[in-house]
Design a protein around this ligand. Sequence first.
Ligand code: PEP
Length: 252
Amino acid sequence: MARKIIIAGNWKMNKTIAEAKELVGELKGLVAAVDAVEVVVCPTFTSLNAVVEAAAGSKVKVGAQNVHWAESGAFTGEISADMLKEIGVEYVILGHSERRQYFGETDATVNQRLKAALTAGLKPIVCVGEMLEDRESGMTEQVLLTQLENGLTDITAEQMANIVIAYEPVWAIGTGKTATPEMAEETHRYIRCTLKSLFGEVAEDVVIQYGGSMKAANSGELVAQKNIDGGLIGGAALEAESFAALIKNAVN
Ligand code: PEP
């Protein structure tokens, strides 16, 4: 069975509610006829409700950018998985490099969030990726192995089938520098082999997205690679036209 292509837009800390509704309103129409791809947008917490309503009945699905591991309690500033489910959110991004870099996210906390997301029935997008110095010192595979082993601790093969991995080389995020399709494919192949050794044959069904300066001009050749099953997009997802063009080029 061919793997699904999933293209998700990470809006980060951008867009007011009004802007978010406008973007989704436009995007729905632009991607309505694009088959064979799951389109996801991940707005800020304040826009989630409005975006779920604006996307209703369309092929655009909605994701959050983070979730806490506890069901409820004294965790000021946090949001639980059930709270996201309650308003119709389907996906959640976990362990984005900005969370790791600026907010102390670790593989251990990613793992806790992951378990909470799965328990609530959310589809997690778990981000992994090396820093520039890791790549330059030949440590990419070791870094990814550690992130995968620790981030996916105690996850079953059955659960793994519902987890999306986003490979995002940190040096390519928001920099305009994209990994070449060959370089990205080599790393995606390594990630799939690692998943196979950790979880067995289910690894063949796991969607592995590429993220890092993906845009309409390069989405086609990246997603054409055997082990690249879509993308996690930052900058190019902030406008409906550019995001829709990226999606169309990725699947045509
Ligand atoms: C991201 O932040 O996940 C990302 C891939 O950003 P950009 O597309 O802007 O590089």
